[in-house]
Ligand binder design. Structure first.
Ligand SMILES: Cc1cc2nc3c(=O)[nH]c(=O)nc-3n(C[C@H](O)[C@H](O)[C@H](O)COP(=O)(O)OP(=O)(O)OC[C@H]3O[C@@H](n4cnc5c(N)ncnc54)[C@H](O)[C@@H]3O)c2cc1C
Ligand code: SF4
Length: 527
C-alpha cells in the first residue's frame, strides 16, 4: 500500500484548492509545500518592506535564454502567490474557451467549453467568497448563480470615475473581489478595507487567499498532512514510464521520498515545468510526460502595463481595486477589430513604491514630492492577452534552475489599449500627458521577471502530440500524474488567472474523487 492516496505538490491557487476539495473524502492526502507559513508581522503592511525591499519575494535565480540571471517575482509560502495577490477573481469570458482571432494570430480553443467550467466557477466563487455585481460588464459570461456577496463599493473618487466613464458611453463595472469584507457590519468584518491589499500579504487574514480559504480548513481533517519546507526535486516512475512511483523531496536539509496512488503537481507554471523536466528518466528522456516535447512550451504571463494617472484633484481612495472596464476586451473599435484586453484598477500607489523613479519630475507637476504624486495618483492595470507560442518556453538552466525564453506578442493591441486609456481619461481631470508607467507592481523594469500571471507550460488538450495533459488534467503518458496549477491553460485570456485555476482544481477534484472511490484502475495501455 502507498504511503498516501494523493500527494499534492504546491499549496497555491491550484494545489491548495484541490486539497480543500479532497479533504472531506477521508483519503490520505500529503500536501508538500517548499515554502513556510507567511509570518503575520507588521511588515506585511509596509510598502517599503514589501515593494522596495522585496521581503516576500523568493531568492531564486532564474535565467533568460541568453544565460543572464534575474530574480523572478515568485512567492514560496503556504498559499503560494495568492498570499500576495490582488484577489481580483474574474472568470474567463465564454469566448476565451474557443478560438479567438487576435492581431498577432489565433488564441487556441480549450478542450472543454465555458459551459463545462461554469458550475466550477460558481463553486469557486462561493468557496473564495467573491464580491461582485452581475449584469454590469458587457463581456461577462453567463452564470448559474449570483455572486455570493455584494460588490465592494467604490469610494467617492472611483465612483466619480465610474460615473464619468459611463457618461462617456463606456460600461465600467464593479470588479470581482475576494476579500472577507462585510460593509454592512464593519465592526464584525474581518477585512478592515485598508490600502495594503494588492501585492501585500493580509496581516489580518481577511483576503480570500489559498492559505486562509483552502489550506487551513483542509488541515482540520485528520487525513490531511502538510509538510512545509518540502521541495519536490524529482518524480520517479516505473520502468515502463506509465506510473509515478515516488516523489523525491528535500525537506529541511534531508532528502526523502514519498509514494502515493495519485500525484498532483501544482508548483506554479514555471516550477511545474521545471519539476517535470528534472524528472527525465529512461522511459521519458526529454522529461516526464514530455513525449510531445510540449512541457515548458507556450509560456504566457499577460502583456501587462501598470499605469499611474495624475489627477488634478487628490485621490484619497483607500481600497482602489473596485472598478474594471472591458469595453475593449474583444475589439479596439471600428478601425481595429481585434481584442485589446482588460482595464482595471490596482492598489493605490504609495510614495515608497516609486523607489528610484521620479514621477514628480513631470510636466504636470515638476515640483511635486513623491508624497504629493502618490496623493494625486489614480492607478490602473492593463492586460492584453499574450499568445501561446512554442518558442516561449521554460527549460532547465545549467544549474537546474528555470530558464525562460520569451518574445512578446500582441504589442500593437497593448499599445492601443494604453491609447484607449489615455483617451478615456483625457476629459476626466486626468491630463493625458500625465500617464506614467508604474513599475512598482512589476518590481523592476524587466517584464519577464514580473511573472505573477505565469501560465501555460503543460497545456491540456485532446491531442497527445500537441498537449501534455488530457481534459481531466492528467498527463497523457502517465496514469496517475495530474497538473492543476495555471500550467494547464492553453491560452490565458486577458483577465486575471487565479479563479480559473481554483475552479479547475475543483473540477479535477471531482474527477479524482470519482477515481479514488472506484475499483483500482487496470495498468494503462498507453505509454
Ligand atoms: C502580486 C501578485 C498579484 C496578483 N494579483 C492577482 C489578482 O488580483 N487576481 C488573480 O486572479 N491573480 C493574481 N495573481 C496571480 C495569482 O496569484 C496566480 O495566478 C495563482 O496564484 C497561480 O496559482 P498556481 O496554483 O498556479 O501557483 P501558486 O499560487 O504560485 O502556487 C504554487 C505553489 O507551489 C509551491 N512550489 C513551487 N515549487 C515547488 C516544489 N518543487 N515543491 C513544493 N512546492 C513547490 C510554491 O511555493 C507555491 O506555494 C497575482 C500574483 C501576484 C504575485
Ligand atoms: S483590504 Fe482587507 S483583505 Fe485586503 S489587506 Fe486590507 S484587511 Fe486584508
Amino acid at each position: 500500500m502507498s504511503d498516501y492516496d494523493v500527494i499534492v505538490i504546491g499549496s497555491g491557487a491550484g494545489g491548495g484548492t484541490l486539497v480543500r476539495h479532497l479533504a472531506p473524502s477521508g483519503k490520505r492526502i500529503l500536501l508538500l509545500e517548499r515554502g513556510d507559513w507567511l509570518r503575520r508581522e507588521p511588515q506585511n503592511w509596509q510598502a517599503q518592506e514589501v515593494f522596495v525591499d522585496g521581503r516576500y519575494i523568493s531568492q531564486d535565480t532564474w535565467y533568460y535564454a541568453n544565460g543572464e540571471p534575474f530574480q523572478p517575482q515568485v512567492h514560496y509560502f503556504v498559499g503560494g502567490a495568492t498570499k500576495l495577490y490582488g484577489a481580483a477573481l474574474y472568470r474567463l469570458r465564454r469566448e476565451d474557451f474557443g478560438v479567438l482571432r487576435h492581431h498577432d494570430g489565433l488564441s487556441p480553443a480549450w478542450p472543454i467549453s465555458y459551459e463545462d467550467m461554469e458550475p466550477y466557477y460558481t463553486r469557486a466563487e462561493q468557496l473564495y467568497q467573491v464580491h461582485g455585481a452581475r449584469g454590469e460588464d458587457p463581456t461577462e459570461p453567463p452564470a448559474s448563480a449570483p455572486y455570493p456577496h455584494p460588490a465592494v463599493s467604490h469610494e467617492p473618487r472611483i465612483q466619480q470615475l465610474a460615473d464619468d466613464l459611463a457618461k462617456s458611453g463606456l460600461h465600467p463595472f464593479h470588479a470581482p473581489c475576494g476579500v472577507l469584507l462585510d460593509e454592512g457590519n464593519m465592526p464584525y468584518s474581518k477585512c478592515v478595507r485598508c490600502d495594503n491589499c494588492d501585492g501585500f500579504p493580509c496581516l489580518v487574514h481577511a483576503k480570500s487567499d489559498a492559505e486562509v480559504i483552502s489550506v487551513r480548513p483542509a488541515l482540520e481533517h485528520p487525513n490531511v498532512t502538510l509538510l512545509t519546507g518540502a521541495e519536490a526535486i524529482r518524480l520517479e516512475c516505473n520502468s515502463a514510464g506509465t506510473v509515478v512511483t515516488g516523489v523525491v523531496v528535500d525537506h529541511e536539509g534531508e532528502r526523502t521520498s514519498f509514494e502515493a496512488d495519485v500525484v498532483v503537481v501544482s508548483c506554479g507554471a514555471a516550477n511545474s515545468a521545471k519539476l517535470l523536466l528534472a524528472s527525465a528518466c529512461d522511459a521519458h528522456p526529454g522529461g516526464l510526460a514530455n513525449g510531445s516535447d510540449q512541457v515548458g512550451r507556450n509560456y504566457m504571463f499577460h502583456n501587462s502595463q501598470a499605469v499611474l494617472a495624475l489627477s488634478k484633484e487628490e485621490n484619497p481612495t483607500v481600497f482602489q481595486k473596485t472598478l474594471g472596464v472591458n469595453d475593449f476586451y474583444f475589439r479596439g473599435g471600428e478601425d481595429f477589430q481585434f481584442p485589446l484586453g482588460n482595464i482595471q484598477m490596482v492598489g493605490k500607489s504609495q510614495a515608497p513604491m516609486f523607489r528610484g523613479e521620479k514621477p514628480g519630475e513631470t510636466r504636470f507637476a515638476p515640483t511635486w514630492t513623491l508624497e504629493t504624486v502618490a496623493r494625486h495618483a489614480v492607478d490602473f492595470w492593463l492586460s492584453t492577452e499574450d499568445l501561446p507560442r512554442p518558442g516561449n518556453r521554460v527549460t532547465l538552466a545549467a544549474d537546474g534552475n528555470v530558464a525562460i525564453n520569451y518574445a512578446p506578442s500582441n504589442e500593437e493591441p497593448k499599445e492601443r489599449l494604453y491609447h484607449q486609456l489615455k483617451e478615456m481619461l483625457a476629459d476626466l481631470g486626468m491630463h493625458h500627458g500625465h500617464l506614467l508607467p508604474h513599475h512598482a507592481y512589476l518590481k523592476n523594469e524587466i517584464p519577464v521577471a514580473g511573472c505573477a500571471h505565469q501560465a501555460g507550460t503543460c497545456r491540456f488538450g485532446a491531442d497527445p502530440d500537441s498537449s501534455v495533459l488530457n481534459a481531466d488534467c492528467r498527463a497523457h503518458e502517465l496514469d496517475n500524474l495530474y497538473v492543476v496549477d495555471t500550467s494547464f491553460f492553453p491560452s490565458i485570456g486577458a483577465v486575471n488567472p487565479a479563479l480559473t485555476a481554483m475552479a479547475n482544481a475543483i473540477r479535477v477534484g471531482d474527477h479524482l474523487l470519482a477515481r479514488l472511490s472506484a475499483q483500482p484502475q487496470p495498468e494503462p495501455v498507453h505509454a
